[in-house]
Ligand binder design. Structure first.
Ligand SMILES: Cc1cc2nc3c(=O)[nH]c(=O)nc-3n(C[C@H](O)[C@H](O)[C@H](O)COP(=O)(O)OP(=O)(O)OC[C@H]3O[C@@H](n4cnc5c(N)ncnc54)[C@H](O)[C@@H]3O)c2cc1C
Length: 346
């Protein structure tokens, strides 16, 4: 395996283009890919670069072509039967070999379970650094470097990190953080199909069987309405009221980390810095104080409604509508109101 040395003396001028590592699961493109394309297009304007999406897989031509309609300049489709199912070795090796050969300036990866797995491995294989879980990306107007901002010290301050000596500049971004690229009617980009530079021996782990979880999964990133409960719900039974309200509105249930840590609700419901980043049309924060780490995951919601007994709770500083009151009284009254106004729709 070719492995570059860190701090090598590289010619930075040889590097160009912004690469998005596109993610597919069972042949379906993950929404984070569209979000990264949106961000890549924004960054590309600052350094006059092309936006290229790289997707590894097999027999997914139709999905690949759909990506052109997000206005990318090019898609590199690494196609091989060996890449039909995700494997850390297969995906990280084939993508890093392409990076070493083609020299992109910036590489963005979704901070999903797959992205978190292959991102650091690719960075190590190509001899560069990686900033994980960025919440903001920008281009330095003076020298064109990528400014990678992420929470540090438990979310109490934001650190902006640069990669001055190595290339590519690599960052992961969590789903739901960046805005999706807009659809274009007449795409001008094209697809280049390349063969994977790997063989069976490169893939040490073999997929024997794929077993689906029987647990109902929650997709908070795509939800238009989220009703979240915090420590103010007082226990697991308090989530019954939160669930009833969410159901009435056709929304999903979210939670603060305090509730997840207490075992009141599954971690897939956690919103925040170490949970999911969400941007629904309406976010109801019920019995949530508004700690900075919670706000990091939901402050981009279109409307925030807070219900809290404490009028000095920080959540009231960020909400659009605040109700000072006991959630056990306020939520049933709101459910009743929704029942009266059956035409409630987002
Ligand atoms: C590194 C790090 C990462 C973290 N990541 C996350 C994260 O991803 N997500 C997250 O949420 N937190 C995260 N936290 C934890 C965070 O700092 C807070 O501790 C947590 O968000 C508090 O949860 P809470 O608001 O539910 O509880 P509390 O802060 O205890 O607030 C409970 C609120 O409920 C109100 N209340 C009480 N009774 C009622 C009632 N009957 N009706 C209405 N209101 C009522 C109270 O007035 C209070 O404001 C992280 C912390 C660290 C250090």
């Amino acid at each position: 395996m070719k492995r570059a040395k860190v701090n090598q003396n590289i010619n930075l001028k040889e590097y160009s283009d912004i690469w998005i590592i596109g993610e597919q699961r069972e042949g379906k493109i993950h929404p984070v890919t569209i979000e990264l394309i949106g961000e890549g297009k924004k960054l590309a304007k600052g350094i006059d670069n092309k936006v290229v999406v790289v997707v590894a897989g097999y027999e997914i031509d139709e999905e690949i072509n759909k990506l052109l309609y997000y206005g990318v300049d090019k898609i590199i489709y690494i196609s091989s039967p060996l890449l039909k199912n995700f494997s850390t070795d297969g995906y990280a090796s084939s993508i890093s070999r392409l990076i070493l050969e083609r020299k992109p300036e910036i590489v963005l990866v979704g901070a999903t379970s797959i992205g978190r797995d292959i991102g650091p491995r690719i960075a190590a294989k190509v001899g560069t650094g990686l900033t994980a879980d960025c919440t903001k990306l920008d281009i330095d107007k003076e020298d064109g470097k990528l400014l990678q901002t992420r929470p540090a010290f438990g979310g109490n301050l934001m650190a902006t990190i640069i990669c001055p000596k190595n290339r590519p500049q690599m960052a992961t971004v969590r789903p739901g953080v960046m805005k999706k690229a807009a659809h274009v009617d007449n795409p001008s980009g094209y697809v280049e199909v390349v063969e994977a530079d790997i063989t069976e021996v490169d893939i040490k782990a073999k997929v024997v069987k794929i077993l689906k979880s029987s647990k109902k999964t929650v997709d908070l990133t795509e939800a238009k309405i989220i009703v979240s409960g915090g420590r103010g719900v007082k226990g697991p039974e308090g989530f019954e009221l939160i669930k009833a309200f969410a159901e009435k509105l056709g929304g999903e249930v979210g939670a603060s980390r305090a509730c997840v840590d207490s075992g009141w609700i599954d971690s897939m419901h956690q919103v925040g810095q170490t949970g999911t980043t969400v941007r629904p049309e309406i976010y109801f924060a019920c019995g949530i104080s508004g700690a900075i780490q919670h706000l990091a995951g939901m402050s981009d919601s279109k409307y925030i409604v807070a219900i809290n007994t404490d009028p000095t709770a920080p959540i009231f500083k960020v909400c659009d509508f605040g109700i000072v009151g006991d959630l056990k009284k306020v939520i049933p009254a709101m459910i009743e109101e929704v029942e009266r106004n059956k035409e409630f729709e987002i």
